[in-house]
Ligand binder design. Structure first.
Ligand code: SF4
Length: 479
């Protein structure tokens, strides 16, 4: 798309451009977005007069549908005296919908040529209050505009890492005011941030990679947020990263994170602008008069934390402005790690961290989890009769699937404390990998073993559901 100025009619045409069977009808003389009506005649996307659909009547209808579930964006202002805890922010008051079993690969194919607006509408229609837009504070504000245009209630959350640029905080405020919404901010755990900064300083990521800091400030808060949802919406585009985003589908079962119901497959990820080019997103934003982060005017394209983001020169790829001291093909902070090819990270390779950060910080650090060494594991394998049964995870701290089950496993440790079943972990990458493969049935990370009380032979956990309920059921079946 050229840089010539375009009308709102053209921008909305662009928003719908990928759908051959759509038609648009609204007054081209309208100067306000709330006066527009978008009519899509031959798809399931129905006419939506925006001002009508965001009205209290529309909201009430939504409330009836989902009982006491409250759409935060429909509130004019939140109660400033109440700061919801991160864990509760995303838990609806009432959960009454089940997740319908659906072939998301087929749905992604069906929607491959759909417009971002149509994809957004489909996502919001299907998941209601159980879906939220992940807003980074950059041009993914387009997602909020698309959601707004659907006329449906929608939720927006953002990760406040504590290291964002002042411009980004001002932009958040401008977006809240523009759309009359409240962004649901997620913050890192203060104890974890304290431990990291006191141990390694404020800029450890320049020396040993950004993974550890991102895990504390971004990935874990994100995981907490997603545990309260059934689906999320991201601004990932195929053209953003040459190594990791070139195959992003418009919708997929989230390959990394768990949703409300727990276990793999419990969360769906929507990427409505996967097939849209960066230039087209910008044309859309300009035309619709959407507020943008003022850092863009200073040469910033991809925007993240202040120490890890810099402006790029014309012609430079946008990801060159992020973590520029690291390998270009691995520039994912963990939020979209599923984009990295599985064989690279699941332990089938040589055990190297995808970012060359093999000595990254440890995981599974709960008080009730015993850190086992090689002799400890050899003892477990020898003992025919032991005082306690054991469940042990074989892991690598850099493995995304191990990281994804960390919270569940720590919780399992707490639940089983004093129950006669010990919970352990054994780091099985690097030098221990061959031993683990030969003696401990290690195929890929994580592998979970149960050592019964009266047998030396461990039983391998057969499922990929790694939520605490599934693990507890496994233990209870064998104890
Ligand atoms: Fe830390 Fe940089 Fe990651 Fe932000 S982007 S969480 S500052 S490593």
């Amino acid at each position: 798309m050229s840089n010539k100025s375009v009308t709102k009619f053209e921008a909305l045409t662009m928003a719908l451009a990928f759908t051959s069977s759509t038609s648009i009808a609204f007054s081209s003389s309208s100067s306000s977005r709330t006066e527009q009506g978008i009519h899509v005649s031959s798809t399931k996307f129905q006419p939506s007069d925006v001002s009508h659909l965001v009205s209290p009547a529309a909201f009430n209808l939504s409330r009836k549908r989902s009982a006491a579930v409250k759409a935060l964006n429909a509130e004019s202002r939140r109660n400033h005296s109440v700061v919801p805890s991160a864990a509760t922010t995303f838990v609806p008051d009432v959960v009454e919908k089940g997740v319908e079993v659906e072939d998301f690969e087929k749905l992604a194919k069906d929607l491959e040529n759909a417009s971002p607006l149509e994809i957004m509408d489909k996502a919001l229609e299907k998941y209601g209050n159980d879906i939220a837009i992940a807003f980074s504070g950059a041009e993914d504000v387009a997602l909020i505009e698309y959601a707004h245009l659907t006329g449906r209630p929608y939720r927006v959350f953002s990760l406040d890492t504590g290291r964002l640029n002042p411009e980004t905080y001002k932009f958040f405020d401008a977006v809240e005011k523009h759309y009359n919404i409240r962004i649901e901010y997620m913050f890192p755990d203060s104890v974890e941030v304290q431990a990291l900064v006191r141990t390694k300083g404020l800029f450890s990521f320049y020396e040993d990679g950004h993974q550890e800091c991102c895990r504390v400030r971004k990935v874990r808060p994100l995981r907490r947020a997603l545990k309260g949802l059934r689906a999320w919406i991201t601004g990932q585009r195929k053209d953003q990263s040459p190594g990791t985003r070139s195959e992003v589908p418009v919708v997929q079962v989230d390959p990394v994170f768990e949703g409300l119901d727990g276990g793999s497959g419990s969360l769906v990820k929507w990427n409505p602008v996967a097939n849209v080019g960066g230039n087209d997103v910008w044309t859309f934003l300009r035309t619709m008069g959407v507020p943008v982060n003022s850092l863009h005017a200073q040469g910033f394209v991809s925007i993240g934390c202040e120490p890890c983001t810099r402006a790029v020169l014309p012609g430079q790829h946008e990801r060159e402005g992020r973590w520029w001291w690291e390998d270009a093909k691995a520039k994912e902070c963990g939020l979209h790690k599923g984009n990295i090819k599985e064989e690279t990270v699941n332990g089938n390779g040589n055990g190297n961290n995808v970012n060359g950060n093999e000595s990254g910080s440890d995981i599974f650090n709960g008080n009730d989890i015993v850190n086992l060494t090689r002799p400890g594991m050899e003892n477990l394998l020898k003992m025919e009769d032991r005082k306690d049964a054991w469940i042990v995870v074989l892991y690598a701290p850099w493995c995304q699937f191990c990281q994804a089950m960390e919270a569940s496993y720590v919780e399992l440790g707490e639940e089983l404390a004093g129950s006669g079943i010990k919970v352990g972990k054994f780091r099985a990458d690097g030098d221990e990998k061959a031993f683990a493969q030969q003696e401990l049935q290690l195929g890929s990370f994580p592998t979970i073993l149960f050592f019964p009380k009266h047998s030396s032979r461990p039983i391998k956990y057969p499922s990929e559901k790694r939520d605490v309920d599934s693990l507890t059921a496994f233990v209870n079946a064998l104890r």
